[in-house]
Design a protein around this ligand. Structure first.
Ligand code: PLP
Length: 414
């Protein structure tokens, strides 16, 4: 047993050194919390239960948890300019499942995006939507524009009965046409999954889903929004908020992992203070990395639209051996990203899809700006197009990371 214990401690240490200190982290769905948010993450709340809503719990011992959850809710309403904010879903997929349970019945039909067109697996029959027993109708997608084809969708909505339209996604370069879709719907509601772009919404650099006509937002809390891993649902509609609250508890979540709440409060406070500057730099950096890679010969999608409005960049790497090969080669150089389906891929082509997806929110958070994006583009090009030894590039990445030890766009600890 001792050797397993030793190994466990060793693995954590190795992981921390590798991913935190030595890698360029370009996974679009990750981020790092601020020092203060990390400090309060490690509290006794990780051991406790608090079922239900603040001040109406089923267990004793929750008076401070009640206060902090109320604070989180008030801060969330302020930052996202909404009337009802619920931080209890414990992940983004769970948040989606809570909304599906609240607003649909098994057998209902929802409109979603294929995973290859950017939809998340939780919107699909394999994920939360399937668990709720929903039928899915894939929305038409314009590959060139990397967006939903509203005109074709309009024709479909005339013939098909749709209960809920799911917007937002995982491969998400440009705002979805929420307003235009709202206009063509009769009574279908819109669920906007803001998981990827929540920090950009907080920083007012992306569309405001509720203002444009979405009925409810479900989201994770840890991608461009640099909070603890978890989920949130927010809305302006009282009836929806009540139904979602009921779906969360007693429906899907019993205890909602309370240790997240203090870190969420800190992140909301820091986003209110620094969120706009952070979101601004994210957008500048993603456009810069995209154009640098494009100039160096990569097939970055959507050059005609300045590549991206989010933290993400999508690259067609079929000429370089496909997404699997490229992502694995980059990993050897300590550049971490993921292979990704692109719209022309078949859903089952997950083994070696056409693309890779890069996200620059974490590099931005440690203080990198446009000049560093140019540097990253060079490192990627030397590894993938010039076929330099990844081990050599890795040493350069480790040296580069030594200069970026601090987390920005947040308060310092003292
Ligand atoms: C659009 C979208 N929704 C939901 C999720 C799921 O979030 P979680 O992993 O917190 O369940 C993701 C995860 O990457 C996502 O990209």
């Amino acid at each position: 047993m001792k050797s397993e214990l030793q190994r466990t401690l060793e693995l954590v240490e190795k992981h921390n050194t590798w991913r935190k200190d030595e890698c360029l982290n370009l996974i679009a769905s990750e981020n790092i919390m601020s020092p203060l948010a990390i400090e309060v993450f490690n509290s006794d709340m990780m051991h406790r239960y608090a079922e239900g809503l603040p001040y109406k719990r089923y267990y004793q011992g929750t008076k401070y948890v009640d206060e902090i959850e109320t604070l989180v809710t008030e801060l969330g309403k302020k930052l996202f300019r909404c009337k009802y904010f619920d931080p209890r879903p414990i992940s983004g997929s769970v948040a989606n499942l809570c909304v599906f349970s609240a607003l649909t019945q098994p057998g209902d039909q929802i409109a979603n995006l294929r995973v290859a067109d950017g939809g998340h697996i939780s919107h699909s029959p394999l994920g939360a939507a399937g668990l709720r027993g929903l039928k899915t109708l894939n929305m038409p997608f314009d590959h060139k524009e990397m967006n939903i084809d509203v005109e074709k969708l309009r024709l479909i909505t005339k013939k098909e009965k749709i209960k809920l339209v799911v917007l937002g996604g995982s491969l998400y370069l440009f705002p979805h046409p929420v307003k235009e879709i709202k206009e063509i719907l009769d009574d279908a509601k819109i669920l906007y999954d803001a998981s990827h772009v929540l920090g950009l919404i907080a920083g007012k650099r992306f569309q405001e889903p509720l203002a444009e006509g979405a009925d409810v937002v479900a989201t994770s809390s840890h991608k461009t929004f640099p909070g603890p891993q978890g989920g949130i649902v927010y809305t302006n509609n009282e009836e929806i908020s009540k139904r979602v609250a009921q779906a969360i508890f007693p429906g899907i979540v019993s205890n909602h992992h309370l240790y997240r709440l203090p870190s969420l409060a800190v992140t909301l406070i820091e986003e209110l203070e620094f969120g706009e500057k952070y979101a601004d730099q994210i957008q500048k950096n993603s456009k810069k990395l995209a154009s640098s890679l494009y100039e160096k010969g990569f097939q970055v999608l959507c050059e005609h639209k300045d590549f991206t409005e989010s933290h993400q960049i999508a690259i067609d790497v079929r000429n370089q051996g496909g997404g699997k090969k490229v992502a694995e080669t980059l990993e050897k150089a300590n550049i971490i990203c993921n292979k990704n389906l692109l719209p022309w891929d078949k859903d089952e082509n997950t083994e070696n899809p056409s693309g890779i997806r890069l996200g620059i929110q974490e590099c931005t958070r440690i203080g990198m700006k446009e000049s560093e994006m140019e540097h990253i583009a060079q490192l990627i090009t030397r590894t993938i197009i010039k076929h330099e030894n990844p081990e050599k590039i890795k040493e350069e990445v480790i040296q580069l990371k030594k200069q970026y030890k601090e987390t920005k766009y947040c308060y310092t600890k003292n």
